[in-house]
Design a protein around this ligand. Structure first.
Ligand code: NAD
Length: 354
């Protein structure tokens, strides 16, 4: 198959590309604007592979997107490109509206024209897979039932509101124009190559440098954590076998509070590299409670029974095994995150061009 991915240089997109290349038989075009959140190093294993190509393209550039569609002739689009960090969306929401809403609109317009130009057989098998988040459902409260695909949308942050808007646009292009779409809404991911501003890598890197581990509010906010490689397998299942027009929730049924996550990271570090901090400090002594994030949702949790029943997917990693692998990866891959923290990654951004 010929698969065009947007946002393939980010955390989840790069994991998906590494997985697709390792599993053989697909031609991949990665279309990515290379925002601050992407590092070329995340795809160094595959960048010279004959099945992989890259284009430095913003999804808001309809003309360039159209050219790529006509030249590459994809069978599937997997749309991951987004601004994705909630704190940044609170400080500077404009980029989230531009990429997550307007960019998705531009992509839909161009995909609809391209799809209309295909021969009947290819037209019938074409798919547009929109990758979204459980944050569109809003705050569950500590006792609410887990989100299903029919839970009402109630986003809280500019990030989740922009993703909710993009989900609505994708559904409208299916319902109004017949574009064959599938949507997935996934819980919080963690794993190798995640940008250091996100909770898990931020805490790992602060802890090993002896810096404070800031916990928003009381740290009781609950998220449903999923190892990124489990998400990637779910994305392949939805993109290739999901029913057209359907939504699939993806989650690992691993609910943990933010404080639990940080304490778990500290205890893995005590095990993997004990006694590294000055004095007799333990990693958990670095935990520091700070003011809560505005509009912070208490809990998200996913009911993933539909994808399990229909597509036979289930998470393979528990939170404990996945988190241990992740912490170990950050300990063993210092050059990846050091080049991000010292800014060197931004100087070396363009890979193989399409
Ligand atoms: P990320 O921030 O790591 O990567 C996003 C990628 O999109 C980057 O490579 C960036 O350069 C690219 N991009 C941004 N704006 C662009 C534009 N205008 N044109 C082209 N490319 C652009 O994000 P991620 O964590 O890999 O998330 C990928 C997708 O999965 C997003 O749509 C996100 O909403 C969704 N998602 C993420 C999580 C999670 O926990 N990380 C959970 C559920 C869903």
């Amino acid at each position: 198959m010929r698969i065009l991915l947007t946002g393939g240089s980010g955390f989840i997109g790069s994991a998906l590309i590494r997985h697709l290349i390792q599993s053989g038989c697909h031609l991949i075009l990665n279309v990515d604007a290379l925002s601050y959140a992407s590092s070329r190093d995340s795809l160094s294993q595959v960048e010279d592979h004959p099945c992989y190509s890259f284009s430095h393209t913003n999804i808001n550039d309809g003309k360039k997107i159209s050219t790529h569609l006509q030249q590459f002739q994809p069978d599937i689009i997997i749309h991951l490109a987004a601004e994705s960090h909630v704190d940044r969306s609170i400080d500077t929401p404009a980029g989230f509206i531009q990429t997550n809403i307007m960019g998705t609109f531009t992509l839909l317009e161009q995909c609809y024209i391209y799809w209309g130009s295909l021969e009947p057989q290819r037209k019938q098998h074409f798919r547009f897979h929109h990758v979204s988040t459980d944050e569109v459902y809003g705050d569950l409260g500590y006792t609410g039932a887990r989100f299903t695909e029919s839970s009402p949308y109630s986003p809280s942050s500019p990030y989740s509101a922009s993703k909710a808007s993009s989900d609505h646009l994708v559904r409208a292009w299916h319902r109004t124009y017949g574009l064959p779409v599938v949507i997935s809404n996934c819980s919080n991911n963690y794993g190798p190559y995640q940008f250091p501003e996100k909770l898990v890598p931020h805490m790992v890197l602060n802890a090993i440098s002896g810096k404070p581990l800031p916990v928003y509010g009381s740290g009781e906010q609950v998220r449903d954590w999923l190892y990124v490689e489990d998400h990637v397998r779910a994305l392949v299942a939805v993109a290739t076998r999901g029913r057209i027009g359907e939504t699939y929730n993806i989650g690992g049924n691993q609910e943990r509070s933010n404080l639990n996550v940080i304490q778990a990271i500290c205890s893995i570090l005590e095990d993997l590299q004990p006694g590294k901090l000055t004095g007799s400090l333990r990693y958990s002594d670095l935990i520091k409670f700070v003011d809560d994030r505005p509009g912070h949702d208490q809990r998200y949790a996913i009911d993933a029974s539909k994808i399990r029943t229909e597509l036979g997917w289930h998470a393979q990693e528990s939170f404990e095994t996945g988190l241990r692998k992740t912490v170990l990866w950050y300990l063993e891959n210092t050059s990846w995150w050091e080049r991000i923290l010292n800014g060197a990654y931004r100087l070396d951004r363009l890979g193989k061009q399409a």
